[in-house]
Design a protein around this ligand. Structure first.
Ligand code: 16G
Ligand code: ZN
Length: 549
């Protein structure tokens, strides 16, 4: 057969590396870039098959996010714009690890038959491919195109250098039948941002808004794209450092992961920034954290992490819903959306407490965007964030279809400007904030719009609650799969006895909380501890780490 011959011939050109076992982890395949050629080629095949199966456009992104510049990785955006369906992960693993071209072709043939995918070229497969700024990205992208081309009917659309969330957004929007170029993305963000500013209750004078915003672009794609978007945002003064245009190395001493884990200033920030509102992206711009530099004498920062961004978004959305609810009798539309908040065990205990005190429904999932996203999608408005800065706000179809008519009815029926503004604001948020995946660019604009709306400085925002002191450690292990957890990773079920020992440690510390989990991206067991003082959190983490060793 033509198809299988083509696959056999092409895949011979991309032999798999010896002695490397690959696994489609929480964020796709990730390794040293030098061993990834065959993997990326094979993921190209997978993306084409996925497109044939769904009948939609699929995305293929080449990035290793916050990891070092010599690493790279590949992940697939499903036709919804979200992560690849978990049902296909075992197939992804089997493909990547097939020892020979023959094995590979047999796997594909069997899988296609099982999934009823016709390999006769009768349909086309459309894949958007993109990469971050890593130098290794170019050849890897080429390998991906070869993979896509190895499926008859496979068409690769090279989108060049993008942030991961831009690619997810394009896939989602294109499958909804709308235009989805980079310019369309920038228009959507800047228009909805402007709309939010215009609906400001204080009608705050743009230029009066004294404090500057300085953004750390992690020397990556996020800084480059913000430079472009910035031009379309009049009224928001942004200074971008580590923009990706200079000499700095991607993710080296910079970026959201560094800032959040080390809690010290990134390169090119320092005493000149004391008190100023600063933000940091990760290497592919799907994470966002804020911070301030508290004093000239140290390099420590005051971190405003994903939990606080989540809290800010939740306050704002809830406020708009409350305004709408008060006027609901003015519309014939019955609108009672369920609002939910999704966190992981890494969320600072103080944030969870704060959110619950606001009367919000808070639920937990294991680490990894795919789990949080799936859970948040169960609500009419679901807000999810990992403490590390990845998150977004999801609006169900129920919401997006009702908000527009509610807005019109309210504009006719009431003099109460606030209520129809509230509907307008929620509509604008649903357009501004990326519905496919967490997005540092759109998250940044939403934070900025809400701070203006509330007339809050970063300090007022940061003081919503005080984080409990926490400590993270990692323990290198031979086999991380020996540890199994349950209850959103808060309890160990295997090996037996460990959880009881952890509980005994926790009991020694006031407000103590601690859990261990196998990393989804490295061969380590991670330890997280929280307690009323930093010393206690450190001690708790250290003693639990010893239990694992
Ligand atoms: C990946 C995940 C991130 C998670 C992290 C945990 C995605 C897109 N990214 O970067 O959400 O926080 O892994 O890493 O899902 P760990 O399992 O090594 O702790
Ligand atoms: Zn990332």
């Amino acid at each position: 057969e033509k198809q299988l011959d083509l696959l056999l011939r092409e895949s011979d050109r991309f032999p798999p590396p010896k002695g490397v076992r690959l696994s489609y982890g929480t964020a796709g395949f990730r390794e040293d870039a030098s061993v990834l050629l065959s993997t990326v080629y094979r993921v190209g095949i997978l993306a084409a098959l996925r497109s044939l199966k769904t009948g939609g456009v699929i995305g293929l992104m080449i990035t290793a996010s916050h990891n070092k510049v010599s690493d790279n990785g590949v992940k697939v955006a499903d036709s919804s714009g979200g992560m690849l369906t978990q049902e296909w992960e075992p197939f992804a693993n089997a493909l990547a690890n097939a020892p020979s071209s023959k094995d590979l072709v047999r796997l594909i043939d069997e899988f296609a038959e099982k999934e009823n995918i016709l390999l006769d070229g009768s349909k086309s497969a459309q894949i958007l491919v993109a990469r971050d700024t890593r130098p290794s990205g170019e050849v890897l992208l080429d390998a991906a195109k070869h993979g896509i081309g190895s499926i008859i009917g496979g068409v690769a659309h090279d989108m060049g250098i993008l942030t991961t969330p831009q690619l997810h957004w394009m896939v989602r929007v294109q499958n909804q039948g709308s235009k989805a170029s980079e310019l369309d993305y920038f228009y959507e963000l800047s228009n909805s941002f402007r709309c939010l500013l215009n609906s400001n209750p204080n009608n705050s004078k743009l230029n009066d808004w004294d404090n500057q915003l300085v953004v750390d672009g992690a020397n990556g794609v996020g800084g480059l794209k913000l430079e472009l978007l910035k031009e379309m945002l009049n009224g928001l003064a942004i200074e971008i450092r580590n923009s990706g245009k200079g000499k700095g190395v991607l993710n080296e001493g910079v970026g959201a992961d560094f800032v959040q884990k080390e809690k010290i200033v990134p390169c090119s920030f320092g005493s000149q920034d004391v008190g100023i509102r600063c933000a940091s992206f990760d290497g592919d711009a799907d994470r966002l954290v804020y911070f301030t530099v508290p004093s000239e004498s140290s390099n420590k920062i005051n971190l405003v992490d994903g939990d606080k961004i989540l809290s800010l978004f939740a306050i704002f959305v809830k406020e708009q819903l409350t305004i709408l609810e008060a006027r609901s009798k003015d519309t014939k539309i019955d609108f009672q959306p369920r609002l939910g908040v999704v966190q992981t065990a890494y969320a600072n205990g103080a944030s969870t407490r704060y959110l619950k005190e606001l009367g919000l429904e808070v639920v937990f999932t294991p680490t990894g965007v795919k789990y949080l996203h799936e859970k948040a999608a169960e609500y009419d408005i679901g807000i999810y964030f990992e403490a590390n800065g990845h998150g977004t706000v999801l609006f169900s179809d129920y919401c997006s279809t009702l908000l527009q008519p509610i807005y019109w009815e309210l504009s006719d029926a009431s003099e109460d400007l606030e209520s129809h503004k509230a509907a307008l604001r929620l509509l604008a948020v649903s357009k501004l904030i990326n519905q496919a995946v967490g997005d540092a660019l759109s998250g940044l604009l939403l934070v900025e719009a809400i701070l203006r709306h509330k007339n809050w400085s970063i300090h007022e925002w940061s003081e919503l609650y005080q984080d409990l002191p926490s400590r993270q450690l990692k323990v290198k292990v031979v086999d991380r799969t020996a540890v199994e957890t349950t209850n959103a990773e808060t309890e160990v079920v295997k090996p037996p006895g460990i959880q009881e020992a952890i509980n005994l440690e926790i009991a020694k510390y006031p407000q103590g909380r601690c859990f261990i989990r196998p990393s989804g991206t490295e061969d380590v067991i991670r330890v997280y501890a929280e307690a009323s003082t930093q010393e206690a959190a450190d001690d708790l983490a250290t003693s639990v780490a010893k239990l694992v060793d």
